[in-house]
Design a binder for this molecule. Structure first.
Ligand SMILES: [Zn+2]
Ligand SMILES: [Zn+2]
Length: 343
């Protein structure tokens, strides 16, 4: 069934997913009157909107990044709210702390916007919950069969072994990944620490903001220009991807670099970036998860957004789904830290 634009509960434009009946945008790229934000990553949470609505676990970082005085309404997962006769609720997306799928119901039609999501329970944010719907808008960041994630425990052990062997070889291990999401997952998953740990300012900033809001994270000291070399020489350094090849790294010589990203599943990505060790750790669904989660929604219509949209749409259609490719401006999980928060 082809819905005419005016009949669809949600409409797509390059700069947002829009609900005309409620006059509200989901993850808009431009300032709008009212926005629902799926999560606090910078390609989904843009500044300048008049009113924001998000899950309560997104509040700390949204206020830190968009301004402490933004107009922000927060809700719990599953809490229903109505705007102009359209019923909305947020549901766990398992991507990062506070990440949500947006369920939109109008005249008996249920639409779900996945935002970014992953199926694996990372032990830090609330685990993904499939939501049954008629129309499912899915991301496809890792929508190719080559993307397959190992169980998290196994990967954390590999990272620990790499840290310990780097220190034994006289090199300071510098582990990189997104400051928001990936790092808290690592901090949680690598405990108990058998070595000292220091954080780059961008990571320290996010951690401390979350701790201030009451989230349970151990204190990881900030690495400052005054930190004596003997303190961090045999320590694990946590850094955002933007630190790679930056002068900030010089003080660690000799060091070993490790990078956590789904893209590390492809050898070329690691080689291009000249990193010593790639760890395939992603906050997005892998190929298997994408497919099983789409099945679990029992949706009649699938819309494929950011990622391998063309090939994943083709795959779904070949499997008998009614899938359409949708162009949005959301970024892929990039290897470089997209966050501008520096310290
Ligand atoms: Zn994200
Ligand atoms: Zn995204």
């Amino acid at each position: 069934m082809n819905l005419r634009k005016s009949e669809a509960v949600l409409q797509f434009s390059p700069s947002s997913i829009y609900c005309q009946a409620a006059d509200i945008h989901i993850d808009p790229w431009k300032p709008v009157n009212r926005a629902i934000i799926t999560h606090a990553h910078s390609d989904h949470a843009k500044p300048g909107c008049r009113h924001y609505l998000a899950h309560k676990d997104s509040e700390a970082i949204l206020r830190m990044r968009l301004g402490s005085d933004i107009s922000l309404q927060t809700v719990e997962y599953g809490e229903k709210f109505s705007i102009n006769g359209v019923t909305f609720s947020l549901h766990p997306a398992g991507h990062i702390l506070g990440s949500a799928q947006v369920r939109v119901e109008s005249s008996g039609q249920v639409w779900v916007v996945s935002g970014d999501y992953k199926g694996q329970d990372d032990g830090f944010c609330q685990a993904f919950e499939p939501v049954k719907c008629h129309h499912f808008i899915t991301e496809s960041t890792f929508g190719l069969p080559i993307y397959h994630w190992k169980p998290q425990v196994e990967l954390m052990q590999e990272i620990k072994n790499w840290v310990i062997s780097s220190i034994r070889q006289g090199k300071t291990p510098v582990l990189m990944g997104y400051a928001l999401g990936k790092m808290q997952r690592l901090i949680q998953g690598l405990q108990p620490f058998d070595f000292p740990v220091f954080a780059h300012g961008a990571i320290f900033g996010v951690n401390e903001e979350l701790r201030r809001f009451g989230y349970s994270l151990p204190f990881i000291p900030l690495l400052t220009p005054d930190t004596p070399k003997q303190d961090y020489k045999k320590a694990l350094i946590l850094a955002p991807g933007s630190a790679l090849n930056s002068p900030w790294m010089n003080k660690f010589e000799p060091y070993a670099t490790g990078y956590c990203s789904g893209w590390m599943a492809v050898r070329g990505a690691k080689n291009r970036m000249t990193i010593d060790r790639g760890f395939v750790l992603s906050d997005h669904a892998d190929w298997k998860e994408l497919n099983s989660i789409i099945s679990a929604t029992e949706a009649e219509h699938i819309y494929v957004t950011h990622g391998f949209t063309a090939s994943f749409t083709r795959w779904l259609n070949e499997k008998g789904w009614n899938a359409n490719e949708v162009k949005t401006m959301y970024g892929n999980e990039s290897v470089q830290e997209p966050d501008t928060h520096q310290a």
